[in-house]
Design a protein around this ligand. Structure first.
Ligand SMILES: [Zn+2]
Length: 109
């Protein structure tokens, strides 16, 4: 066993002061001069969790936006088709089909 290592060497914001200043962490050092909270590996692990959560939120927002845009295309294409149901020109029908395909793809991704 190693001898007592004293206090954690991490500087933290002093919560007892009204002024912004840093003080040394008051916990006892458990390894490499840091307490359990301020272990570089523990900090990296917490950062990785926060980063992963942030990425997941961002990916969800991108997906929701892509779906909304695809839905808008379907509505527009359906509107164009509805306005000209008599025409032999099947441009509107193929536009609608493309928009539906894009929406299905966006929902799957
Ligand atoms: Zn500490």
């Amino acid at each position: 066993m190693s001898e007592p290592k004293g206090r954690c060497k991490k500087m933290v914001v002093d919560r007892n002061s009204r002024m912004w200043r840093q003080v040394q962490c008051s916990r006892n050092a458990t390894k490499d001069g840091f307490c359990g909270i301020h272990q570089p590996s523990a900090e990296a692990q917490r950062r990785a969790i926060v980063d992963a959560r942030w990425r997941a939120e961002r990916d969800l927002l991108v997906k929701q936006r892509t779906i909304s845009q695809a839905e808008r295309r379907v509505i527009d294409a359906a509107g164009a088709w509805r306005d000209k149901p008599w025409t032999d020109d099947d441009v509107e029908v193929s536009m609608l089909a493309d928009a539906i395909d894009a929406l299905r793809k966006a929902k799957k991704e």
